[in-house]
Design a binder for this molecule. Structure first.
Ligand code: SF4
Length: 738
C-alpha cells in the first residue's frame, strides 16, 4: 500500500504544510502568532477532524491540528489547515438585504427582514396552503440549529416540504440503511479501517474527499485494501488491488461476489438465517441471475478477479465495505446500499471490530440533520408513519400528536419541480447553493423564476443562488458559533466560537429564534431557549432511548474526549469505538435485518453516436463543494483555480486533442464551455471526468435530472456527452456556496 502523502506529493499532511511562510500570499509567522487557542471541529467534510483556532484580537490567524484527537491524531488536510482564511473573505454576507421596487437589494434592519420573511411566507401559505412554502437546508449547520429549524418549519410554519442538500449526497445511504437494517445510522467506526483484514472501498475516493481518513487505512499494515472505481484515483493508487469496473456496474460486482459466496459455501448460514429475512429468495436470485461470468461481462473485470475478491471478503476474520458518492449518486443508490448490506449479512461482517458496512458521509454535519432535523425521519430516527413514534414525540414536546406529520413531505428535487410547476410559491434556502450544485440547472432556473418570494440565508453574498433572492439573511459561519457536529462514525464533536460574526450577521440559531418570536411561537417551540446548549439539552431528552441516543453527553464531556460516539446514554461507559448491531438485533420490529434482490440496470442516460462518452463528476482535495469558501482561500485557489476535464490518451488522439487544449462538454441538456483538457491514463477510454466545484464551468449544465425513486438522490455520476474543441472563450463570474 502506498502512502497518501507520497501520492499527494506532500511530505506530510500536517502542520508543516500550512505553516510555511508565503510572502506572495502575505502569510508570515508574525501575522499568525496567536494569543490564545480555541479547540473546535473542522467545518468542511464528515471526517470530523479536531483542530485548534489561533486567535489574535478579533481575528483567527492560524489553525493547527488537535494533538491526540481520536479522529485526526493531530493531522489536518489542506482545507482544514487553511479554514480560518475564509472567515475574513470579502464576500461575507454582513447585512440583511431586501429587494425593493427597483429590483435592487438594499440594506434593511433585522426587524424588517424577519418581519418581511414571516409576512410573505404566511401570506403565501394563506393563499395557497401550507405546502406552498418549501425549505431547503444543508449539512453544514450545527445539530442544535437543525433541531430548531425542524421544529420551526414543521410545527411553526406547518409545512412538510422541508429537505436538505444532503439529498444530493447521502440520501441513498439513509434509504439503504432503513431498508436493510430498519433505521438510518452507519454501523461502523473509523477503527474498522485500522483492523479489518479486508477493506473494500466502492466509489469512495477518500484521498481527495476525506483525506485524513487515509491515515486510519494506512495504519492497517496487515490489511488488504481493494478499491473499486472506474478511475485510477489517488485512493486506487493506495490499494493492494484496484478494480477498474465499468461505470455503474457496482451492483453486478456485489451480486457476482454474492454468487461466489453462495457457490463456495462462504455464506455464514447460521448468522444469516438467524438474523435476516429473505435468505432463500436471495440465494435463488443470485444463483440464477448473477453467475460470476455474467458479473464479469457487466463489470469488465475478470471472473477470476471477482472470485478472488469474494473469497478474500468471505474468508476474512473481519471484512469491511465502505462507500460514498460513487454508490449514492445513482438512480439505484439505495438498492446498491442494500446489495452491500446483503454481503455483510451473508458473511456476518457487521457489529464487530473491522467488520462493518460503512457509509462515509459528505458534509461536516449531514449526520446531525439526519438525526435531529425532521427531514428524512422525525427527530431521533422516529418514523413519520409510526403512530407510537409520533405520540412519543408529541408527549415529549407537550403538543397534540395530530400536529406531527404522518408522512414526510416533498424531497429536494420534488420541491424544485413543485416550484417550477407553481405549486411551491415561496422558498427558504439555507447555507446551500443549488445554482451550482443542483443537476439540470435549467429546471432550477425555471423554479426560481416561478417563485413569489425567495429567501437565501448564507454566510456569503453574492453567490449564484443569493443573486436570485428577494431577501438575503447574513449568517455566522464556522468559527463564529457554538454547538456540535456529528461525523461519519456517529461522533459528536464540539464546535466553538472564536470570533464574532462580521457586520450584523447572526448565527442561524439566533435567526430561527427570531423567526419563531415573530410568528408568536417562540415559547411553544423553544421554551426557555437562549443559547445552543438549551437546544442541545432538549435534544438529549428527545434522543434518550433511541438508536442515536445523546442523553449521556454534555458539551464538557464531548470537548474533553475529542468527541463522543452515539449511542451514549445516561451513565454509559463503553468502548471508545462503538458499533451498531453488535448483538445482531436490527431496528425492525422483529429484530431481523432484510436481504434484498437487486438487479443491475443500465444507467438512464446511455451514450450513443452523438454523445459517445460517459461523464463522471466529483470532488478534488483543494476545494469544497461549490467553492464559496475555498475560492476565498488563496492557497487552495492557487492550487486549483479552474476546472479541467480528464480524458484518456486514446480518446484524445482520436479527437486530435492535446493536454491544455480548451474544450466544450455537450450533453442532451446543455453545454459547458471552455474547459482545460488534461490527457491522462487516470480515466479509462470512453470516460471523462471533471470536478463539479466551479460555477464558471459548471458540470451541472450537462448533468441530468434523473433521481433515485427511493432516496430521491440525483444520478450525478454518469451522463452521456461529447467533447468538442472550444470555439470561443466564455465563462461566468460568480463563485458558489457550500
Ligand atoms: Fe476537515 Fe475533512 Fe480535511 Fe479533516 S479531512 S481537515 S474534516 S476537510
Amino acid at each position: 500500500m502506498k502512502s497518501l502523502a507520497r501520492i499527494l506529493g506532500f511530505d506530510t499532511l500536517g502542520d508543516s504544510y500550512a505553516y510555511r511562510d508565503d510572502p506572495v500570499l502575505g502569510y508570515t509567522s508574525a501575522r499568525r502568532s496567536a494569543e490564545r487557542w480555541v479547540k473546535s471541529t473542522c467545518g468542511y467534510c464528515s471526517v470530523g477532524c479536531g483542530l485548534e483556532l489561533g486567535v489574535r484580537g478579533r481575528e483567527i490567524v492560524a489553525v493547527k491540528g488537535w494533538d491526540k484527537h481520536p479522529v485526526s491524531l493531530g493531522k489536518l488536510c489542506p482545507k482544514g489547515l487553511s479554514e480560518h482564511q475564509m472567515i475574513s473573505a470579502p464576500n461575507r454576507a454582513k447585512y440583511p438585504l431586501l429587494r425593493g421596487r427597483g429590483g435592487k437589494l438594499a440594506h434593511v434592519g433585522w426587524d424588517e427582514a424577519i418581519g418581511t420573511l414571516v409576512d410573505r411566507f404566511t401570506a403565501v401559505q394563506k393563499q395557497n396552503g401550507p405546502g406552498a412554502l418549501g425549505v431547503i437546508s444543508t449539512g453544514q449547520l450545527l445539530t442544535e440549529e437543525f433541531y430548531a429549524l425542524g421544529k420551526l418549519i414543521q410545527l411553526g410554519f406547518g409545512t412538510r416540504n422541508y429537505c436538505g442538500n444532503t439529498t444530493l449526497c447521502m440520501a441513498s445511504a439513509v434509504s439503504g440503511y432503513k431498508r436493510s437494517f430498519g433505521s438510518d445510522g452507519p454501523p461502523g467506526a473509523y477503527e474498522d479501517f485500522r483492523v479489518a483484514d479486508v477493506t473494500l472501498l466502492i466509489g469512495a475516493n477518500i484521498a481527495d474527499n476525506h483525506p485524513i481518513l487515509c491515515q486510519h487505512v494506512e495504519a492497517n499494515k496487515a490489511g488488504f485494501l481493494i478499491v473499486a472505481d472506474p478511475r485510477v484515483t489517488k485512493t486506487a493508487m493506495m490499494a493492494s488491488l484496484h478494480l477498474p469496473l465499468k461505470p455503474r456496474s457496482d451492483i453486478a460486482l456485489l451480486n457476482g461476489m454474492a454468487h461466489v459466496l453462495f457457490r463456495e459455501g462462504l455464506v455464514r448460514e447460521d448468522f444469516a438465517a438467524a438474523h435476516a429475512n429473505g435468505l432463500e429468495e436471495l440465494r435463488s436470485f443470485i444463483l440464477a441471475r448473477y453467475p460470476v461470468e455474467r458479473a464479469a461481462a457487466l463489470t469488465g473485470l475478470s471472473a477470476e478477479t471477482i472470485a478472488d475478491v469474494a473469497r478474500r471478503y468471505g474468508r476474512a476474520r473481519a471484512g469491511m465495505i465502505a462507500w460514498t458518492m460513487g454508490v449514492n449518486h445513482s438512480t439505484q443508490g439505495a438498492e446498491t446500499v442494500s446489495a452491500i448490506a446483503n454481503l455483510s449479512l451473508l458473511t456476518g461482517h457487521i457489529g464487530r471490530p473491522g467488520a462493518s458496512p460503512f457509509s462515509i458521509t459528505g458534509q461536516c454535519n449531514a449526520m446531525g440533520t439526519r438525526e435531529a432535523g425532521f427531514t428524512s425521519s422525525l427527530p431521533g430516527y422516529r418514523k413519520f408513519e409510526k403512530k407510537e413514534d409520533r405520540e412519543e414525540l408529541a408527549a415529549l414536546w407537550g403538543i397534540e400528536p395530530a400536529r406531527i406529520p404522518d408522512a414526510r413531505g416533498l424531497a429536494y428535487p420534488d420541491i424544485i419541480n413543485a416550484a417550477a410547476d407553481g405549486e411551491v410559491r415561496a422558498m427558504w434556502i439555507i447555507a446551500t447553493n443549488p445554482a451550482v450544485s443542483y443537476p439540470n440547472q435549467e429546471q432550477l432556473r425555471r423554479a426560481f423564476r416561478s417563485l413569489d418570494f425567495l429567501v437565501v440565508q448564507d454566510g456569503f453574498h453574492p453567490t449564484p443562488t443569493s443573486e436570485y433572492a428577494h431577501l438575503v439573511l447574513p449568517a455566522a459561519i464556522w468559527g463564529e458559533k457554538e454547538g456540535t457536529f456529528t461525523n461519519s462514525e456517529r461522533r459528536a464533536g464540539k464546535v466553538n466560537s472564536a470570533v464574532p460574526p462580521p457586520g450584523e450577521a447572526r448565527s442561524d440559531f439566533d435567526i430561527f429564534l427570531a423567526v419563531a418570536d415573530r410568528l408568536g411561537r417562540r415559547d411553544e417551540l423553544f421554551p426557555g431557549w437562549f443559547k445552543p446548549v438549551d437546544a442541545f439539552n432538549e435534544w438529549r431528552r428527545v434522543s434518550r432511548g433511541r438508536l442515536c441516543d445523546y442523553s449521556g453527553m454534555t458539551y464538557e464531556t464531548i470537548e474533553a474526549e475529542g468527541g463522543l460516539q452515539w449511542p451514549y446514554s445516561d451513565g454509559f461507559h463503553g468502548s471508545p469505538a462503538s458499533r451498531l448491531y453488535s448483538t445482531a438485533r436490527f431496528q425492525f420490529e422483529d429484530g431481523r435485518a432484510r436481504l434484498f434482490t437487486v438487479d443491475c440496470e443500465p444507467f438512464p442516460d446511455q451514450p450513443d453516436d452523438v454523445f459517445p462518452m460517459i461523464l463522471n463528476t466529483g470532488r478534488t482535495v483543494e476545494h469544497w463543494h461549490t467553492r464559496t469558501k475555498t475560492a476565498q482561500v488563496a492557497i487552495l485557489e492557487r492550487m486549483a483555480p479552474n476546472a479541467w476535464l480528464e480524458m484518456n490518451s486514446s480518446d484524445a488522439r482520436a479527437l486530435t486533442l492535446s493536454s491544455h487544449d480548451r474544450v466544450d462538454i455537450v450533453s442532451r441538456r446543455g453545454r459547458v464551455r471552455d474547459v482545460e483538457l488534461r490527457v491522462t491514463e487516470i480515466t479509462a477510454p470512453g470516460q471523462v471526468f471533471m470536478p463539479f466545484h466551479f460555477f464558471e464551468t459548471n458540470g451541472n449544465e450537462v448533468t441530468q435530472d434523473a433521481f433515485d425513486p427511493i432516496s430521491r438522490e440525483p444520478n450525478f455520476k454518469q451522463c452521456a456527452v461529447r467533447v468538442e474543441r472550444s470555439a470561443r472563450k466564455q465563462g461566468n463570474t460568480l463563485h458558489g456556496t457550500d
